[in-house]
Design a binder for this molecule. Structure first.
Ligand SMILES: Nc1nc2c(c(=O)[nH]1)N[C@H]1C(S)=C(S)[C@@H](COP(=O)(O)OP(=O)(O)OC[C@H]3O[C@@H](n4cnc5c(=O)[nH]c(N)nc54)[C@H](O)[C@@H]3O)O[C@H]1N2
Ligand SMILES: Nc1nc2c(c(=O)[nH]1)N[C@H]1C(S)=C(S)[C@@H](COP(=O)(O)OP(=O)(O)OC[C@H]3O[C@@H](n4cnc5c(=O)[nH]c(N)nc54)[C@H](O)[C@@H]3O)O[C@H]1N2
Ligand code: SF4
Ligand SMILES: [Mo]
Length: 766
């Protein structure tokens, strides 16, 4: 295909700006063929079906950023970087990691990241590097938002779950603004449908009149940080007005006898006052929930990144469980993940189904490890110490912890004090700037990638995306980087893989037999399975799809664990044939495939607790609920405002796009403030002010809006990046939020941060 044909063609891929990864089609610029010129939704994508929001129109800012990395870099003693070749980079990194392992043990090498919003294929191969090093501790962004929810979910259901907003009668969102942040497919279409149907209701629990709250039938505008009181009051009303689904609970749940007296004693009027919502409105919402045939409920950062987050995850579940809303259309369901992530990438925390691993604690701070992830907020404590088991080296892949985790100042200090920091990214990030070595990867449009947050039901989809562009010289895809490190460590030799390489030449049936055999007989093959597959099966896959090799094993594991789901999705025959045809379907369908079809009742068999019954009573959470009566929300008079540090707006997308020009001027990261507060401070629209927290201060420009309550301030997520436009001049637009947050402000159990609840002070800058 010549360049002109290539540019006029529509290439199928996905948007990478949030976890939904909607299918899109892109056309390249005729004159500048490395640019994306036009973008439209892919109607053939089996999940998003042509839907997109406005953000992907600006994806070329990601693809063609000026701070893209094009060569491995090594830090010089003076802190500047020099380009080096790949052979040198891999040899030196493997050598240094090997020395640290030999001297201090593999436990001292910490892995962070492994995939952002749409790129988890590379991270599955990192597992082999970690095994080669004997590394045991890892984390990623899920451990600063979802681990409290995972812990509760593990104790109550032993399975991951999601909600069926498309079919529910009542939808409830707490600390979640799906109009902007999505979180489920085709969110705006579905929200509009619910809002305009007189028989359906939308309940939003959010201190702010968000775009979603605008559409709500019931907006419970709580005082920031009082979710636990609001939820306890709602659950209290359900019990006290006898609105609970008693027969259903008798059949499907245990522990009601322990929580009923607790909820019966909730002083509803007092808790209504504590959360600032009129008691009548709380009662009306609770009755609406109890009446409905189906209720779906979702929590997100507004609750998960605030005080009481783990407790609120527990109380949130009471609302829909006490009313029997699980395992039917329109309610909440247990999903079927693509098992590979569980088995091949153990502990990555992506599948949302593992609860707490018994007794697992971080080596220095002794923090609880949930779903295999060390709490993000304690990472600096694990490094900034002379403890013999401290982390001494770190590999960061596809993440920017210096910018995205609490307390950037301590994170910089911690990363700066490591013996070795290796960063794998596409761009020169705030974290990469501190690295000993920076390894450049192609963008997600220059390699095979996969969208992994598969949470749809009753049909679940998987999308393997093909490259739209060739990868630039100087970059290597992550699977290749990981394979080379494992090989340079001397852990996997040509002799180990030669028989499988030969078998792969004879077709997949022969390969499958030999691979299973090798897994059972050669411990090296079992230990490094992802990289082995990449090196043996990988080169035989069509169209250069070597990175997809790990998915072959994933297909087999999936069909083995869920034969019925696969059969309903059309993958029939014996287990081997079904798995092979699923793998072929993934390779052959550039818009993605449905890999599982389920029945709502299947949810019950996935509740992995005794008798498949839901457990309502978690002792730690019962004790926390009791404390609500005597421990009111604390206020610090020196910091009279509550700052929500990280609102999702229409032009924020974590830090995936670094060039600030992707936003219109009017969205340049303004601080939202209520008119009354602005007037009290003598501030007018577009005035500058100094925002201070216990940890730091920043200059902000304000926007006045009555969508916020008095006393509440809000700043957008993902801004304040130091973007080098190529001329050495750093552009910074908006506030780098985590310069203002403190790592000790975190949940008592899961260690998740309180970013939505940062005590703050605001002073006019004159
Ligand atoms: N446009 C856009 N979409 C995104 C992202 C993005 O950067 N930009 N990021 C993606 C990611 S990684 C995630 S995790 C999701 C997050 O998605 P969301 O959690 O929906 O996003 P937020 O805007 O951070 O927070 C949601 C709401 O919490 C409210 N809130 C603040 N304080 C409180 C409180 O004390 N209690 C309650 N109940 N609510 C409160 C805020 O007013 C806000 O409306 O979004 C994803 N989607
Ligand atoms: N104060 C505050 N802090 C927050 C939040 C908040 O609301 N408030 N939100 C938090 C949330 S929910 C999240 S999820 C985190 C997200 O924070 P992180 O997990 O750090 O991830 P992203 O900001 O998504 O950045 C992804 C990185 O991947 C790189 N990248 C993109 N494509 C590729 C690729 O193909 N290969 C490689 N190797 N790298 C690639 C990008 O350049 C970028 O550096 O931020 C958190 N931080
Ligand atoms: S930002 Fe999210 S919802 Fe919007 S198009 Fe991209 S993947 Fe879809
Ligand atoms: Mo997130």
């Amino acid at each position: 295909m010549n360049e002109t044909e290539k540019s006029s063609q529509w290439h199928k891929t996905a948007c990478i700006l949030c976890s939904l990864n909607c299918g899109i089609e892109v056309q390249l610029d005729e004159n500048e063929p490395r640019h994306i010129a036009r973008i439209r939704g892919d109607k053939a994508h089996p999940i998003s079906r042509g839907y997109t929001c406005e953000k992907p129109q600006r994806l070329d800012f990601y693809q063609n950023a000026a701070d893209r990395l094009t060569s491995p870099l090594r830090r010089r003693p003076d802190g500047t970087f020099e380009p080096i070749d790949w052979e040198t980079a891999i040899a030196e990194i493997a050598d240094k990691l090997g020395l640290i392992r030999d001297e201090h043990g593999g436990e001292s090498i910490f892995y962070y990241g492994g995939g952002g919003q749409a790129n988890h294929l590379g991270g599955t191969y990192a597992d082999s590097v970690l095994k080669a090093l004997g590394s045991k501790f890892r984390s990623n962004a899920l451990a600063q938002e979802k681990t409290g929810e995972f812990w509760v979910q593990g104790k109550m259901m032993g399975t991951g779950m999601h909600s069926d907003f498309e079919h529910c009668e009542v939808a409830i969102f707490i600390g979640k603004n799906p109009w902007q942040s999505h979180g489920f497919n085709r969110a705006r279409v579905i929200l509009r449908q619910i809002a305009k149907d007189p028989d359906r209701s939308l309940i939003v629990i959010d201190p702010r009149r968000s775009e979603t709250a605008e559409l709500a039938d019931y907006h419970l505008a709580i005082i920031p940080g009082t979710d636990a009181w609001c939820l306890a009051a709602l659950a209290g009303i359900l019990v006290q007005e006898n609105l609970i689904a008693r027969d259903w609970l008798a059949e499907h749940a245990t522990g009601l006898d322990q929580i009923e007296p607790l909820l019966a004693s909730i002083p509803v009027a007092g808790y209504a006052e504590a959360c600032g919502v009129p008691e009548d409105l709380l009662r009306a919402a609770a009755r609406r929930i109890a009446q409905a045939k189906s209720v779906s409920m979702m929590e997100d950062l507004g609750m998960q990144m605030s005080i009481h987050s783990t407790l609120s995850s527990y109380l949130q579940r009471m609302i829909w469980l006490l009313t029997g809303n699980f395992g039917r259309p329109g309610t909440n369901y247990a999903l079927v993940p693509f098992v590979a992530l569980n088995l091949l990438n153990k502990g990555a925390g992506i599948s949302r189904e593992s609860g707490e691993k018994p007794e697992k604690r971080s080596p220095v701070a002794g923090a609880r490890i949930i779903s295999g992830l060390v709490p993000c907020n304690i990472i600096p404590d694990e490094i900034l110490t002379d403890h013999p088991r401290r982390y001494r080296a770190m590999i960061v892949e596809s993440a920017n912890p210096v910018h995205s985790l609490a307390d950037s100042q301590r994170m910089r200090e911690a990363l700066g004090s490591l013996d070795l920091l290796v960063v794998i990214d596409v761009a020169m990030t705030e974290t990469a700037r501190l690295a000993s070595y920076v390894l450049p990867a192609p963008t997600q449009y220059e390699k095979y990638e996969a969208s992994y947050f598969n949470i749809e039901f009753p049909q679940n989809g998987f999308h393997l995306r093909r490259p739209v562009f060739d990868s630039p010289p100087g970059t290597l895809p992550e699977p290749e980087i990981h394979a080379r490190i494992v090989e340079a460590l001397g852990e996997l030799t040509d002799e180990d893989i030669a028989p499988l390489k030969a078998a792969a030449q004879q077709g997949r049936p022969v390969f499958a037999r030999e691979f299973m055999n090798a897994m059972a007989t050669n411990p090296v093959i079992a230990k490094f399975a992802p990289v082995v597959l990449y090196r043996t099966l990988g080169p035989t896959l069509p169209n250069g799809a070597a990175s997809a090799a790990v998915l072959w094993a994933a297909c087999h594991l999936f069909v083995q664990a869920n034969p019925l789901s696969a059969r309903r999705a059309g993958f029939t025959g014996d287990q081997f044939t079904a798995a092979e045809s699923l793998f072929d379907a993934i390779l052959d369908n550039p818009s993605g495939v449905i890999f599982a079809k389920d029945e709502y009742e299947d949810s019950w068999s996935r509740v992995r607790l005794p008798d498949n019954k839901i457990n309502l009573a978690i002792p730690e959470m019962i004790a926390e609920t009791q404390k609500l009566a005597t421990e009111p929300l604390q206020r610090n008079p020196d910091y009279p405002f509550v700052l929500s540090a990280g609102e999702r707006r229409s032009e924020s997308a974590n830090t995936i796009i670094r060039n600030p020009d992707w936003r219109k001027k009017s969205h340049a990261g303004l601080l939202h403030i209520h008119p009354q507060d602005a007037a009290n401070l003598g501030l007018k629209a577009d005035d500058s002010a100094r925002l201070s927290t216990r940890r730091g201060s920043a200059d902000v420009v304000i926007e006045i809006t009555d969508t916020l309550q008095p006393g509440h301030l809000s700043l957008p997520n993902g801004l304040g990046l130091d973007y080098d436009a190529g001329d050495g001049v750093i552009m910074r637009v908006g506030v780098s939020l985590n310069e203002l947050t403190a790592s000790e402000d975190r949940d008592f159990l899961a260690g998740t941060p309180w970013h939505k609840h940062v005590p703050a002070r605001l002073e006019p800058l004159k």
